[in-house]
Design a binder for this molecule. Structure first.
Ligand SMILES: [Zn+2]
Length: 504
């Protein structure tokens, strides 16, 4: 990736948060690397170097700044221009793909040679895959030292160093301080309950939190997910352990606050990465908006709701089930049915205040009689077929290398058509260009005649068609709500209204 130094320089001098995480600044005089928003006095242009990733700055011998804490910057944008391979490789590294087997195995799984993978990484991120993975490990360890009270031995394991000796050596080499010295200077929250962790997850502004919450609220599965008081909560199960988390927003610090309750700290990294993906925190919204603005209808929606993201999902299997259940019925109907499935087949989980179950596992749903929950025979068969395929490991929602191939396999199941597959690609795989072409609401939102016209119109929105779909969906539901309210107050004026009859 060739950084445009003029853009970088302007962003650095104005401490522009919209560029946070898109590049890093190495300061020759101090030997540290910073985020564009660093509060320290800005260095002279001749004394700085720009890097496309934290790993590249580290490879060039710079240490992370202790003031702006590069480990807290928003993630690298998922889309780095042309090669999807780099984005996929990054996703695999996030999911721990470099822990077993190293670069050779990673490259093999991506279907390319390891030398080619290295070249791609160097071109786009300025660092090798192993340097990127090492920087991620270090950054996460630093976050755990700063933001939790976990013992160092557990941090060593949770951040992927394996043993304390390796962890101590890496921290010392990078920060010129021991982990204990770093913790002494950290501003820790006063109280931390057992197994509870608090993380600030940064994003590049703007972020339309209300839009994200509104979308999730309408689809929140009763007993599993709750949206209230501007927060999102849900129960989770991972590798045999369970817990829950709560997300709220703090616009002052351009971050979401994640409060995680989980018994096994070894999985914290995976949980945090999944939350980041679910709330689309790595998106480079400026870039996205620039492309979509070329369509006048989208431009209007973008101005009305800047920073809208594509809501992802905690678990791909759960989202796919929900998508199948929701075929050809209303959002509300699907929410009720999914809640019933969760209650009848999910494991009870008690976290108080409405979280009562864990989402049922593939193993259970493969054998369950779903017509008892109110599903039609055909829909029940589709859910069961998917559950069985996941249980038999024929379909796996993690570590997907080739989404086209994955979607093709998904569509081989009875009852999964193009719309469902694209919706799953959008929300479970985080494919920014996924697009449910046959969606009637999208066709109507643009006042087009049919899906073919929609597909043609959407060509110029690439590679961000998923974001366009979100804008059109939320724009048209806003319109519906406004129209319903208008109708309601008109009726009220005429004195013929029944309480609670607003059709929204
Ligand atoms: Zn700094």
């Amino acid at each position: 990736m060739t950084l445009n130094w003029r853009v970088c320089s302007r962003a650095r001098l104005s401490r522009d948060a919209r560029f946070d995480g898109k590049f890093f600044i190495g300061v020759r005089t101090s030997g540290v690397y910073c985020r564009p928003i660093c509060p320290a006095r800005t260095a002279k242009e001749s004394n700085v170097r720009y890097f496309p990733s934290a790993a590249a700055a580290a490879e060039a011998g710079f240490r992370p700044c202790l003031r702006c804490r590069p480990e807290c910057s928003p993630g690298t944008p998922a889309w780095l221009g042309t090669p999807n391979t780099v984005a996929r490789a990054l996703r695999l590294i996030d999911e721990g793909g470099l822990e077993d087997g190293g670069v050779e195995v990673l490259a093999e799984r991506l279907g390319i040679g390891s030398r080619h993978l290295r070249r791609l990484f160097l071109r786009h991120l300025g660092a090798t895959p192993s340097a990127v993975a090492q920087t991620r490990r270090l950054h996460f360890a630093k976050k755990l030292i700063d933001e939790t009270v976990l013992p160092m031995s557990q941090i060593a394991v949770a951040s992927g160093f394996g043993c304390v000796r390796r962890f101590n050596a890496a921290i010392q080499a990078t920060y010129h301080r021991t982990p204990t010295q770093i913790r002494r200077t950290a501003h820790q929250p006063a109280m931390q309950e057992k197994n509870q962790y608090l993380f600030q997850l940064r994003f590049r502004p703007p972020y339309h939190w209300k839009g994200m919450l509104g979308f999730l609220a309408a689809r929140a599965t009763p007993g599993i997910e709750i949206v209230e008081h501007e927060t999102y909560r849900r129960s989770i199960a991972l590798n045999g352990a369970c817990g829950h988390f709560e997300i709220s927003s703090n616009t002052d610090s351009n971050s979401l606050i994640a409060r995680i309750q989980f018994a096994d700290p070894r999985w914290l990294f995976a949980i945090v990465e999944r939350i980041r993906a679910m709330f689309d925190l790595n998106a480079d919204w400026l870039d996205i908006a620039q492309t979509l603005r070329s369509d006048p209808v989208l431009a209007k929606y973008i101005d009305a709701a800047p920073g809208l993201r594509v809501p992802g999902s905690w678990d791909g299997f759960e989202l796919a089930i929900r998508a199948i259940v929701g075929q050809q019925i209303t959002v509300q109907g699907a929410t009720t049915l999914t809640g019933r499935i969760a209650r009848m087949f999910g494991k009870p989980y008690s976290a108080g205040a409405g979280l009562t179950h864990l989402f049922p596992t593939p193993e259970v749903l493969a054998e369950a009689d779903l017509t008892r929950a109110g599903l039609t025979k055909a829909r029940a068969a589709t859910v069961q077929a998917l559950a069985r395929a996941v249980y038999d490991k024929k379909i796996c929602f993690r570590e997907i290398l080739d989404s086209q191939d994955f979607l093709a396999r998904l569509r081989e199941l009875p009852g999964i058509g193009a719309w469902t597959a694209q919706y799953i690609a959008m929300r479970a795989l985080g494919e920014p260009d996924a697009f449910p072409v046959g969606d009637i609401a999208l066709v109507r939102a643009l006042q087009l005649a049919d899906a073919r016209q929609l597909e043609a119109r959407a060509e110029v929105w690439r590679p961000w068609r998923a974001y366009a779909a979100m804008y059109l969906w939320s724009g048209s539901s806003e319109k519906k709500i406004r129209a319903a309210k208008r109708q309601h107050s008109a009726k009220k004026r005429r004195g013929r209204t029944n309480q609670g009859s607003v059709p929204v």
